[in-house]
Each structure stands twice: as structure tokens, then as C-alpha cells.
Design a protein around this ligand. Sequence first.
Ligand SMILES: Nc1ncnc2c1ncn2[C@@H]1O[C@H](COP(=O)(O)OP(=O)(O)OP(=O)(O)O)[C@@H](O)[C@H]1O
Ligand SMILES: [Mg+2]
Length: 302
Amino acid sequence: MTAGDRTGGGVPGDHGPPGRLRLRMESTLSSATSSSINGGGPEPSRAVVFDIRDMAVYYGQNRALADTSLKVYRNLVTAVIGPSGCGKSTFIRSLNRMNDAIVGFRLEGQVLYHGHDLYGSDANRVEVRRRIGMVFQKPNPFPKSIYDNVAWAPRNLGMKHRLDERVERALRQAALWEDVKDRLRDSALGLSGGQQQRLCIARAIAIEPDVLLLDEPASALDPVATASIEELMHDLKHRFTIVIVTHNMQQAARVADRTAFFSLETIGPDRFGTLIEYGDTETIFRGASDSRTRDYVAGRFG
Ligand SMILES: Nc1ncnc2c1ncn2[C@@H]1O[C@H](COP(=O)(O)OP(=O)(O)OP(=O)(O)O)[C@@H](O)[C@H]1O
Ligand SMILES: [Mg+2]
């Protein structure tokens, strides 16, 4: 496998799957019997959404992430855990080219999305963002009405047909409809933190992406709002493939089907994050093969 530098560029043109149907047909099925990368039991016999191969990420001269290879499977929740600074955000942001805007960002290795090189020269960045939505740690609704927040991306992409229905569907899927149906024209900034985060999820899913990336979506929320976001994950994974970064071990254990543990390694003056172990969540939490994973999930480090 080649591990060339991948910076800038645009995302799938002719090679990019134009519709959801074609995406499904092009997906590769993994073998149910082959063992997973870095241990953790057999791979599920599901379509592979992301096939990440030898990923390394640099910010200028500094290597933030190294030697990361894993597969993300369709309609599962995949959790990314590990100590602060180990590259969790770097990793998840690399899955929809969110890091491209950072000066000095450079990615080595390959990120295959349904078999297409996300950083290939024929990749179309707008199309990538259209298919791979993202929600951040801090709820960031636009200073617009609740309706306009959810309608924003569909309008930008020309999906104006039956917009009211689309907005309602997204709000229902994000379990927010009952809270806001009588005040859709009110400012989104008047919602509670938990409601704002569900609104951001509604905004992300309004264009029916294929993948939802969530970077610590509940870390700024109280336990009740956190529980409602976690419940949402269970519902949404039937429609989307979800990758979630979390610092909360219980949360990972509750919501994730598979878990990837990253750690911060030191070689000489270099400190960088790397994938240590990846497998089904039960195995990572109860029978991890690497002592670093066992220590972390037991709260002995990080
Ligand atoms: N925009 C950036 N420019 C330069 N370095 C960065 C940038 N973003 C992250 N880094 C560096 O990359 C490394 C990994 O950071 P990252 O934010 O991915 O870690 P994290 O695991 O998400 O941490 P946390 O749990 O605190 O959110 C850190 O050393 C960080 O300083
Ligand atoms: Mg982070």
C-alpha cells in the first residue's frame, strides 16, 4: 500500500457514488471469520464504510497520530476513546476532511470511504461533507430560527422540495419535534443545551447523510440531556453509521457496538497518538488484550 501525502484537493467526481443505492451496492462485505485489527474478536459480517489504512496525521512538523488502521462498519456505533491529546478529534475530523482548513495539516496513508479514496485527487470535498455529517462537543446552532437551522443545509444543497416535511422528519429523528413544534420560528439560541445539541444533530441529519460523526456530543450536557443523546444513538444507528468520540467510559459501554482505544505514545522527543486496540465493545471493556487498554478502561491511567 502506498502512503503518500494527502493535502488539499477536491472529493469523488466520476468515481464518487452519486446516490445512496449505488453506495450500498459498492460496499464491500468483510469476512465474518477474519480476525480484527489489533485483536478484539472477529470482524462483523457487515458492509465496511471506512477502511482506514496506516493513517498518520501531521500538524506542521508534529505528528499527532500514527499507525492507525481500522474498519468502520455500517449501522453500528463505533466509539473512539483514549486520554486527552491522543488524537481522537484529529482522527474523527479526518473522516470528513474537516482538518483540511488547518494550515500545516497533512495526512498519510489512506481513508477509503465505501472503497473510494477520501483524499484522492478525484475526491470532491463538498460531496464528502454532504455524505458525512458532523456534530461537535459544544452545541453550535446558528443564530437563526429553529426551522432555519434545520433547513439550512437542505436549502444550500438545493433540496427545497417538501422542505417542511424534511425539517419535521429531522427534528423527529433527533427526538426534538415535540419540544419545538410550536415554536419553530423562535431563535435556536433560546433552547437548552441538550435541546441545542439535538438541534445540531437534526441539522446534520436533515440532508440524510450516510455517516454521522460526533465529537464528544454530550460532554457539555447534564445527565438527563446526556441520556437522551445516548438514547438517540440507538435509534439513529438504524439509519446512519455513527462514530462517536467520548471521554465517558460508561457512555462508550452503553452506546457503542465497537470501540477503538487510542493512546499517547512517546518515542524520544516525539509524542503521538496511535490506535492500540479495536474490537467489539464487550471485549475492549472486559477482555482487552493490551494492558494499556485494560488500565485505561479501569480508570488507572489517562
Ligand atoms: N489545529 C491544530 N494545530 C496544531 N496541532 C493540533 C491541532 N489540533 C490538534 N493538534 C494537536 O494534535 C494532538 C491531538 O489533538 P486532538 O485534539 O486530536 O486530541 P484529542 O484526543 O481529541 O484530545 P481531547 O480529548 O483533549 O479532546 C495534540 O498534540 C494537539 O496539540
Ligand atoms: Mg478532542
